[in-house]
Write a protein that binds this ligand. Structure first.
Ligand code: BGC
Length: 763
């Protein structure tokens, strides 16, 4: 849509506006729809375009519209009282332009932790609080729908957008997403849960056909969305770019109508991902109500289809109605006067606290952490220590005012660093940057920056530092983002990384001093080959703009770590079953737009989800493949004992109670997990599956609390493709109360009756 078209629409208001025209919100939706012209309907189902968009190949972020930098707007029809509302990314906070032409004010937003970190808190209340803060920024900066949360499954560690997503497990993903949605929407702002569905790779994402069994779809890839839809009623859903079994997700009636609406009872609106799908008539008929950001061609196609009868007016009226229902709920429609002044200081405190809660302590030999009171002088290694990574790039990025590095975090917490070492790093980083090839092309600003190569030191240099300093810290950094999957080399440490860890450990251990490794990463990396060397390892993820402060809150002991992994850290990349069907080290071709369905090149044109339901720990546990760190794992500065487990079945719900006691010396929180194993006689079932989890309140040393975990009997079912039913086999099930998937503290048994729930035979 160009500006002229909008101006023309506004002109109509001036000439045709009369008291008899029904106004949205005052007249009934039926009356408003009846008053709309075919052209207006065609306009409403597509967005108002995007500045810089040329054909299908647009530049994300340079929006025209009411809030500069927002991803899109809806089409206004002023004569009927229909406003344009603003849609803006994203999962780690609101993404809008921080400055505006001719305006000296700034519009920075808080960069909250990445999705993976939020999920690693396993704390639904905390995620709801973070969602509330993010939603408040959306509200106060004039956005109506936040294009988040993103809850695709971590099918493979190299997916470039895993940082935005939550977990390899659908229950964790769904529950965390639901909490996030409840928080954002408590402000009256909408959400768009994305990308629905099976969007598991970035490579050729607009044309890739995800070939997935109905069972794996139902149990893994759709399950997280089902939970989020049912537990949080998101205002909108965003369909994904990819094909699912030969049909574009956005053109897929089975997905968007039969399943989402008829079966799950979803009442809201569906929009495309930006420029997703190719046939707007098929999209509208499938139940994809709005195309974003909108192209003139789509408008012409709809008008033509309405005129030729290819698209019926009754059909488009269904889409139009859902859009109007969405608009009615928005702050802009309700006339909210946004301030452009959210409380950024308060939100900085929210992000700092939430980031510390989701960091995962992977190793802590001989109580290396928290740092002892006499540790004050830190030898700070690793380029990323000095240039901390707040989050990922692309639509998941946030235009923040600052990023607290580990260096800043140390200083803020009262530690000193070796200034000569710091100066060496600064020079090294500056030199590395000079030699880096700049990323080019229209997507350059959305791509992860190349990180400086690691620096190595002579033994003498390290020995001298070890003599003077109290402790060594090394940060391993990894940057990833939208549009590309991570190269396989990104999974492994470079030789220079490996060397640095070994050399620093050798020098510091020789004089009885500790070495702490901090992983500032957005996706899983290899840990098995080097984890023996340092005394402690903290998986800090990418903690948003306050990252360095949050890390220091954990390392100093101000916060006792309670995060746990929401995915498996394998020994080798190839250990993941999905690695046999994933686009590894493929050249990214950004010129590729919608080329349609092709089945020529494996993992590019199509990807077979051959591992089926055996994703993440479901595979490792069933095949008994050793891992480096298991799903659900994370250490604390204290220890917890589990006692008095019990199970009862009532009204179709299995309730497990267990007492958790802090038996260590530090106050802390525990994530309690409940895994269920089907009767041994049943074939083709994962060894165990997570069915419930809970996080205790902060327990003082010696304090106990009762944890209750509930599993509805229907959740024990597997999807049977032959009978298209959720089928629970009768027999004895094991209910395992656990501290991680590999640390089962109590096993209870229950006899479960057979159950069968037939559903639609679709997809
Ligand atoms: C991304 C979406 C995002 C949209 C708008 C797309 O490229 O896949 O997640 O919401 O752009 O920025």
């Amino acid at each position: 849509m160009n500006k002229t078209t909008i101006a023309a629409a506004t002109m109509i208001v001036l000439t045709a506006c009369g008291p008899s025209l029904p106004q949205l919100g005052k007249a009934s939706i039926d009356e408003v729809i009846a008053a709309m012209t075919l052209e207006e309907k065609a306009h409403l189902v597509i967005g108002t375009g995007m500045a810089g968009a040329t054909g299908d190949n647009a530049v994300i972020g340079s929006t025209k519209g009411i809030v500069p930098g927002a991803a899109g707007t809806t089409y206004p029809i002023p004569r009927l009282g229909i406003p344009a509302v603003v849609l803006a990314d994203g999962p780690a906070g609101l993404r809008i332009d921080p400055t505006r032409e001719g305006d000296s004010a700034t519009y920075y937003c808080t960069h909250f932790p990445i999705g993976t970190l939020l999920a690693s808190t396993w704390d639904q209340e905390l995620v709801e609080r973070v969602g509330t803060a993010i939603g408040n920024e959306a509200l106060e900066y004039g956005a109506d729908v936040l294009l988040a949360p993103a809850l695709n499954i971590h099918r493979n560690p190299l997916c470039g957008r895993n940082f935005e997503y939550y977990s390899e497990d659908p229950m964790v993903s769904g529950k965390i997403a639901a909490a996030y949605v409840r928080g954002v929407q408590s402000n009256g702002v909408g959400t768009s849960i994305k990308h629905f569905a099976a969007n598991s790779q970035e490579t050729n994402r607009k044309n890739n056909d995800a070939i997935v069994s109905r069972r794996a779809l139902r149990e893994i890839y759709l399950k997280s969305f089902e939970i989020a839809v049912k537990e949080s009623q998101p205002m909108t859903v965003m369909s994904s770019y990819n094909f699912i079994n030969g049909v574009y997700a956005s053109e897929n009636k089975d997905l968007l109508t039969t399943l989402l609406r008829d079966e799950w009872g979803y009442k809201g609106m569906v929009m495309t991902d930006w420029f997703g799908g190719s046939d707007i008539v098929a999209q509208l008929n499938a139940g994809n109500d709005m195309m974003q950001p909108g192209l003139d061609k789509q408008y012409n196609d709809v008008v033509e289809a309405l005129k030729s009868g290819k698209l019926s007016e009754e059909a488009i009226d269904i889409n139009v109605r859902r859009i109007l229902e969405m608009l009615l709920q928005t702050p802009r429609f309700k006339g909210y006067k946004y301030s452009n002044h959210p409380d950024l200081k308060a939100h900085a405190a929210v992000t700092r606290q939430s980031a510390a809660e989701g960091m995962v302590l992977l190793k802590n030999d001989n109580q290396a952490l928290p740092l002892q009171a006499n540790v004050k002088k830190v030898a700070l290694f690793g380029c990323t220590s000095y240039e901390f990574i707040a989050g990922g790039t692309g639509s998941g990025n946030v235009n923040r005012a600052y990023t607290v590095s580990l260096l800043d975090g140390l200083k803020n917490a009262g530690y000193s660093v070796d200034e000569t070492l710091k100066a060496e790093y600064e020079t090294h980083i500056a030199n590395e940057k000079k030699n880096m090839k700049p990323i080019e092309g229209p997507f350059a600003q959305y791509m992860p920056q190349q990180l400086p190569g690691e620096k190595n030191f002579s033994a003498d240099h390290l020995n001298a530092l070890a003599a003077q300093m109290d402790v060594a810290m090394i940060t391993i950094g990894r940057a990833s983002g939208e549009f590309a999957d991570r190269p396989s080399a990104d999974f492994y440490l470079t030789d220079a990384n490996q060397q640095l860890i070994k050399d620093v450990c050798k020098a510091f251990h020789a004089v009885g001093k500790k070495v702490v490794v901090v992983m500032n990463i957005g996706g899983v990396i290899e840990t098995a080959s080097w984890k023996a060397h340092p005394d402690a390892i903290l998986c800090a993820w990418q903690g948003g703009q306050e990252g360095g402060n949050s890390v220091m809150d954990v390392l100093s002991g101000k916060v006792n770590p309670s995060g746990k992994l929401t995915m498996t850290f394998p020994v080798k990349y190839e250990d993941h079953a999905s690695s046999r069907n994933f686009p590894i080290d493929q050249e990214v071709d950004f010129t590729i737009t919608n080329t349609g369905l092709k089945h020529e090149v494996k993992d590019l044109d199509y990807t077979c989800y051959e591992e089926d339901i055996y994703v993440g720990y479901r595979y490792f546990d069933t095949k008994k493949i050793p891992v480096s760190y298991p799903f659900g794992y994370g250490l604390s500065y204290t220890q917890f004992a589990y006692s008095a487990p019990s199970i009862k079945a009532e009204n179709g719900i299995y309730t497990v109670d267990v007492m958790v006691e802090n038996v260590g010396k530090t106050e802390g929180r525990e994530v309690v997990q409940l895994y269920v194993s089907a009767p041994a006689s049943v074939s083709d079932r994962p060894a165990q599956e997570l069915k419930a989890f809970a996080k205790t309140k902060s327990l003082k040393p010696g304090e106990k609390c009762k944890v209750t975990l509930q599993v509805p009997a229907g959740e024990l079912a597997a999807y049977d493709e032959k009978t298209h039913a959720w089928h629970t086999v009768a027999g004895e099930y094991l209910f395992k109360v656990a501290s991680s998937s590999a640390d089962i503290r109590a096993t209870l048994k229950a006899n479960v009756a057979e159950q069968n729930r037939e559903v639609n035979d679709i997809l």
